[in-house]
Design a protein around this ligand. Structure first.
Ligand SMILES: [Zn+2]
Length: 97
């Protein structure tokens, strides 16, 4: 790691500490309980699970990680992810679940 990326990482870590979305008590653990590093890795690797894309709590967390680290991630990857989410949500609506 260069000094520059160290600084970026510190900045990112500071950014993601700002706000953790509120979750209802008693909910089972879900994707957004993962560390920002894990979410970022999935974001960069394109391996965010479908269920995380359609859950509001997880999506909020994914957006937050993206927002804190948009320099490292590819905007095209992000667009793809948003598109995938749109498809999943549309499919959910059709199935009425
Ligand atoms: Zn969640």
């Amino acid at each position: 790691m260069t000094d520059d990326s160290e600084a970026k990482w510190a900045e990112f870590k500071a950014a993601v500490k700002v706000r953790k979305p509120e979750k209802a008590k008693g909910q089972p653990p879900c994707y957004c309980d993962a560390s920002p590093q894990t979410i970022l890795r999935d974001l960069l690797g394109g391996t965010i699970p479908d269920e995380a894309l359609v859950r509001d709590c997880c999506w909020t967390e994914i957006c937050r990680v993206w927002g804190g680290n948009s320099d490292a991630a590819d905007i095209e990857q992000w667009r793809e992810l948003c598109k995938r989410r749109g498809h999943l949500l549309a499919r959910q609506d059709r199935w009425g679940i």
